[in-house]
Design a protein around this ligand. Sequence first.
Ligand SMILES: NC(=O)c1ccc[n+]([C@@H]2O[C@H](COP(=O)([O-])OP(=O)(O)OC[C@H]3O[C@@H](n4cnc5c(N)ncnc54)[C@H](OP(=O)(O)O)[C@@H]3O)[C@@H](O)[C@H]2O)c1
Length: 238
Amino acid sequence: MPSILVTGANRGLGLEFVRQYAADGWRAYACCRDPGTAAELRQIAGKSGGRVSIHALSLGDPESIQALAQDLDDHPIDVLVNNAGTYGLKNFAQGGMQAQAFGSMEYDGWEHAFAINTMAPLRVIEALIGNVAKSTEKKIFTVSSSMGSIGEPPGGHLAYGSTKAAVNFVMSTLAMELRGQGITVMSLHPGWVETDMGGATAPLKPAESIAGLKQVIANASLATSGQFIGWDGNRVPW
Ligand SMILES: NC(=O)c1ccc[n+]([C@@H]2O[C@H](COP(=O)([O-])OP(=O)(O)OC[C@H]3O[C@@H](n4cnc5c(N)ncnc54)[C@H](OP(=O)(O)O)[C@@H]3O)[C@@H](O)[C@H]2O)c1
């Protein structure tokens, strides 16, 4: 039975990743900050016959990442998905865009976003690389964003966009460094999706985005390792 680990699995895209892979019969390690309040995720786990387990993971805390690695011991992970992310200390409704615009940057929010969106994915990969290496598929993904594109910047979003551009650099570099171990590494763009982060006017539903990303994950191989791919299978400009 293939296995997947997903961070930020209590809501939004992470929850949908777990829902769809569990429905396909995968073993899923679902990570979230507070398993006690993750009602929908617990429902999915409860109906999975033990195939979905829930693990506490707070990505701003390196000790929490180490504890997860110990908890997982030497269980193989075929597909590792760094999905959790943040727009910053303030979301859109709280004036988040203004808080990361030129002239009104709130630097503590940028630091926070960098820790969660850029540094934490690398920490998770470093902690779990042994589990991926002993799996069959050997694939690692980070859910990035086209807002991190340097070639086609969206305008504004200085903090969030730069943390995604930076994590793309991390993933592209790891693709080179891990190729020798047969490990595929990729950045993903989920599209603009109706979640807490994407908001109510987003054109895509989580189910559609994740169905597309599942196809991208299935098709990913060493031949395409190091690419930045969207939910529709198309390459995203760096
Ligand atoms: N939705 C979009 O349109 C869109 C577009 C492009 C890229 N993305 C990317 O897609 C990924 C998923 O986004 P989403 O739309 O599903 O967002 P979301 O609904 O806001 O969910 C974010 C997830 O990340 C988790 N998270 C945030 N900070 C964390 C921390 N310090 N430790 C552990 N978990 C943390 C949240 O957990 P809590 O519930 O505990 O806060 C939640 O599970 C993100 O990386 C995002 O940047 C989204």
